[in-house]
Design a binder for this molecule. Structure first.
Ligand code: ATP
Length: 237
């Protein structure tokens, strides 16, 4: 059984049909990447899984159970955390307070403390800035904070939306290393990325999304070798 199974979902924004029958699966232990151009529906797919948008048709199964009608906080409690596009950290709250918000479903303060220290272990730069306001952090540090916040629930499945967006190359590499490290430590990851080259390098499998529909799927190495993927998403090389 797949950890996550998305079955033929249709998601709308009012009259706008963003997803036109998407089916995909993510197995435990995998990094799966979703690539596609702007507006293809990548973020909407993640938002439909995490319960921020509701599909008009279709199903989302997690560990075999339907979750597409559940409120987002219940989905988080099951072990799915979303690192949203644009980070969405709280600029006026400190680094520590931002992490604590990620643990809003926990009421064991010792566990919250432990998880915070774990996030600081993963991101020493955040530890140095623990009392600083989120809004004063660099883009890379804000991305670390968004990932750290999502990890506070100790999720089994991490949904990551464009974690490398707008970052300097050295930070892009760092974030991709973190994604691999989290995966090696047992996290299953569904990764949306504009940087298709790097995403296909670290992913086990991938899906290509075009205007609300999946057009290709397969092992990441096979996708990266396809001329049509290279031309459209890897800069033609
Ligand atoms: P991007 O990389 O630009 O975020 P994406 O592949 O993640 O692209 P989505 O953000 O999922 O794509 O958008 C899919 C479609 O839904 C697009 O046509 C977009 O314009 C539309 N859309 C997304 N969010 C909204 C919204 N809040 N209201 C109306 N339409 C939206």
């Amino acid at each position: 059984m797949s950890l996550l199974e998305v079955k033929n979902i249709y998601t709308f924004y009012g009259q706008i049909q963003a997803l036109k029958g998407i089916s995909l699966e993510v197995n435990e232990g995998e990094i799966v990447t979703l690539i596609g151009s702007n507006g293809a529906g990548k973020s909407t797919t993640l938002r439909t899984i995490s319960g921020m948008n509701k599909p008009r048709r279709g199903e989302v199964l997690y560990q075999g159970k339907p979750i597409h009608k559940m409120p987002a906080n219940q989905i988080v409690a099951l072990g799915i955390s979303h690192v949203p596009e644009g980070r969405r950290i709280f600029p006026r709250l400190t680094v520590e307070e931002n992490l604590e918000i990620g643990a809003y479903l926990l009421n064991d303060s010792k566990l919250v403390q432990e998880r915070k220290e774990r996030a600081f272990g993963l991101f020493p730069r955040l530890a140095e800035r623990r009392t600083q306001k989120g809004g004063t952090l660099s883009g890379g540090e804000q991305q670390m904070l968004a990932i750290g916040r999502a990890l506070m629930q100790d999720p089994k499945l991490l949904l990551m939306d464009e974690p490398s967006m707008g970052l300097a190359p050295v930070l892009v590499d760092f974030i991709f290393e973190i994604i691999q490290k989290l995966n090696q430590e047992g996290k299953t990851i569904l990764l949306v990325e504009q940087n298709a080259r790097l995403a296909l390098e670290i992913a086990h499998r991938g899906y290509v999304l075009q205007t609300g529909k999946l057009t290709m799927q397969g092992p990441a190495k096979e996708l990266a070798a396809k001329p049509e993927v290279q031309e459209a998403y890897l800069g033609g090389h």
